[in-house]
Design a protein around this ligand. Structure first.
Ligand code: OSB
Ligand code: MG
Length: 368
C-alpha cells in the first residue's frame, strides 16, 4: 500500500457531563482525527488522544499536529509499505511523541484491514465477538452524587466501576461505595496524585477489595511503585508510566505493576500495544484497555484491540452515549449488559458520519 493523501482535522466536542480527575476538569474534548487515503482510494481513520493541554503527558493536540505535519507525514507519504507493523519502524528515528505516531498508525491499520477484507480485530489477531466493559467515573461534588451515578451504571450493566481518587477523596469514598455495593467490582485511579509518604492512606484501601489501584505515584516512576506494592495488598496497575514494551518489561521485572492498562496512543500505536499484550500474556500479567475520552474513531480502535486474548479485565471503553449527545460514527458504540459487540464490517467497522464530523471541525488541512 502507498498513502497518497492525508487530512488532519481538529475537532471540538462537548462532553455531556464534565469529567474531573486529580489534575482538573474537562468540559469539552478537543482532539485531532486523521484520514488517510491509499492509491486505490481506500480510506482509513485514526484519532489522536492528546488533550488540549499537557496534563496527562507532555503531548498536546498542537504538538501532535506539528509532529504529524513536519515529521511523520513526510516519512510516510508515497512510501510503499506491506504491513502496518512497518510504520513503527519507519517512525523509529523520531523519539517519543507516541500519540502523534499512533494517530497515523491507526489509520494505516484500518486501511490494511479493509484491503485484506477483515475486521481490524481479526487483523490484530483478536477472536472475541463481544468485549466486556467497565466505566471510569470522575471526581464528584459529594459522595451522595457518586453513589447515585454508580447506581445508574450498575443498573446499565457495566462490569466494573473505576473511581477517580485524590488525597481527601479516597478512603471514605471507597468505604461508602463498598458498603453500598458489596458485590460490585471497584478499582481506583489516582492519576499520580500520591507519593510514597501516602502509603499508610493507600494501605487503608486494602480493606475494600479493589481489583486494583491505577497509577498512584508519579507518571514517570517505576521504582517507588515497586516499593509501594510491597506495602499494600491491592494490585498496582500502571497507566501513565508505560510507553513501550521495554517499559512494561522493566516494570513487571521490578514488581512495580501486577496489571497493565494499555492505551494505544500512549504506547505509540497498535503494533506496540500488541507487543505489550503478548509479553504480558506470556508473563501472566492481565491487561485491559484504557480510555482517553475518545470519539467513536478512537473507541473503535479500542474495541478491536480488546478482542485479543489477554484483555481479561473489563476496560474503560464505555458506550458513546456516556460521553456525547451525538458521536461521529454510525452506528454509535452501544453497551448492553456490560458488553460491546465487535462490529463485523472490514476495518474499524463503523461508518464515519461526514456531516457530524464536519459540524465539530474547527480546523482542517490536507497533505499530498
Ligand atoms: O487515567 O485513565 C485515565 C480520561 C482521561 C485521561 C486519563 C484517564 C481517563 C479516564 C477515562 O480514566 C477513560 C474514558 O472513559 O475514556
Ligand atoms: Mg488512568
Amino acid at each position: 500500500m502507498k498513502i497518497t493523501e492525508i487530512t488532519i482535522r481538529q475537532l471540538k466536542m462537548k462532553l455531556k457531563a464534565p469529567f474531573t480527575t486529580s489534575f482538573g476538569t474537562f468540559h469539552d474534548r478537543d482532539f485531532l482525527v486523521l484520514e488517510a487515503k491509499d492509491e486505490s482510494g481506500i480510506i482509513g481513520w485514526g484519532e489522536s488522544v492528546a488533550f488540549h493541554s499537557p496534563w496527562y503527558n507532555e503531548e498536546t493536540l498542537q504538538t501532535n499536529w506539528h509532529m504529524l505535519e513536519d515529521f511523520l507525514i513526510p516519512l510516510l507519504l508515497n512510501k510503499e509499505i506491506q504491513h502496518p507493523d512497518e510504520v513503527n519502524e519507519l517512525f523509529k528515528p523520531i523519539r517519543k511523541n507516541n500519540m502523534a505516531k499512533s494517530t497515523i498508525e491507526g489509520a494505516i491499520w484500518d486501511i490494511y484491514a479493509q484491503q485484506t477484507k477483515q475486521t481490524l480485530a481479526a487483523a490484530l489477531g483478536g477472536k472475541k465477538d463481544k468485549i466486556e466493559v467497565g466505566i471510569s467515573i470522575g471526581i464528584q461534588n459529594s459522595i451522595d452524587d457518586l453513589v447515585m451515578l454508580v447506581d445508574g451504571y450498575v443498573r446499565e450493566g457495566y462490569k466494573r466501576m473505576k473511581i477517580k481518587i485524590k488525597p481527601g477523596w479516597d478512603v471514605e469514598v471507597m468505604r461508602t461505595l463498598r458498603e453500598t455495593f458489596p458485590d460490585t467490582a471497584f478499582m481506583a485511579d489516582a492519576n499520580s496524585a500520591y507519593n510514597l509518604e501516602d502509603a499508610a492512606t493507600l494501605k487503608q484501601l486494602d480493606a475494600f477489595h479493589l481489583t486494583m489501584i491505577e497509577q498512584p505515584l508519579a507518571s514517570d516512576d517505576i521504582i517507588d511503585h515497586a516499593t509501594l506494592q510491597k506495602l499494600i495488598d491491592t494490585p498496582i496497575c500502571l497507566d501513565e508510566s508505560i510507553h513501550s514494551l521495554e517499559d512494561a518489561r522493566k516494570a513487571v521485572e521490578l514488581g512495580s505493576t501486577k496489571i497493565i492498562n494499555i492505551k494505544i496512543g500512549r504506547v505509540g500505536g497498535l503494533t506496540e500495544a500488541k507487543k505489550i499484550h503478548d509479553y504480558c500474556e506470556a508473563n501472566n500479567i492481565p491487561v485491559w484497555c484504557g480510555g482517553m475520552l475518545e470519539s467513536g474513531i478512537g473507541r473503535a480502535h479500542n474495541v478491536a484491540l480488546t478482542t485479543l486474548s489477554n484483555f481479561i479485565l473489563p476496560g474503560d471503553t464505555a458506550g458513546s452515549n456516556r460521553y456525547w449527545e451525538k458521536d461521529i460514527i454510525d452506528p454509535e458504540v452501544i453497551v448492553k449488559d456490560g458488553y460491546i459487540e465487535v462490529p463485523q464490517q472490514p476495518g474499524i467497522g463503523y461508518e464515519i458520519n461526514r456531516e457530524t464530523i464536519e459540524s465539530f471541525t474547527v480546523a482542517k488541512k490536507t497533505y499530498q
